[in-house]
Ligand binder design. Sequence first.
Ligand SMILES: [Zn+2]
Length: 256
Amino acid sequence: MKNSRTKIIIGAIISAALIISIFVVANYKNNQVGVNSDNGENSTVQNSNNKPADEGSKTPELPKEPEVKPDKNGYIPNQTLPTEPTYIKEILIANKRYPLPSTFAPEEDKTARAALDTMLAAAKQQGFDLVAFSGYRSFEYQTTLYNNYVKRDGVDAADRYSARPGYSEHQTGLAFDIGEKGKEDLWLTEEFGETAAGQWLFTHADEYGFILRFPQNKEHITGYMYESWHYRYVGTEIAKEIKKQDITLEEYLGVN
Ligand SMILES: [Zn+2]
């Protein structure tokens, strides 16, 4: 009689311990997903899939400095694309050092599009008929585009003006290439930056939350030559700060 009561008590203790540990583990995993899902719409889906169990026990940390030095074109040799996009100071970054997952497909950002439309309307008021001729690009489309540029100009030249698949800011849905209607011959040229329309854009973009992403003489920081046409949405507060300090997004985020 005494013996079986002891067995029942021991059994109850073991069961309770099991239930508590299952609860703790489940709760911890949920928290992990919660932390990462702040980083973007897609990450929850990715976190719940195919993650080794021990991944959950790692504390999320800021991206480390790459251990391998970039090659002459700014890329880490044989780098594999990550499974999560990188956010620093809540800003999504995509450059030669911080690529995006091939599966990252957020489509065009609605806030960025609304800000763009407002900016283009304001430009029109001033007599400048600006148009965004390129915006969101999927990983697949960037692959086609980059490969065509490589065929035309070779890898070294293409790497100065076009991103390899996974490395393009256009895949974030936050970047637009802008030009003037009726002056298509100046699209994707430095000269656009010297036109009155290009100057207006450069002067006022920050008021609408955009930055000129690849300014002159910053190729050693951004990894790209001057692109008078490529604007990135970061929100007005950050755009104004970056403009005021005359710095790049990399410098603002401290990853230059
Ligand atoms: Zn662009």
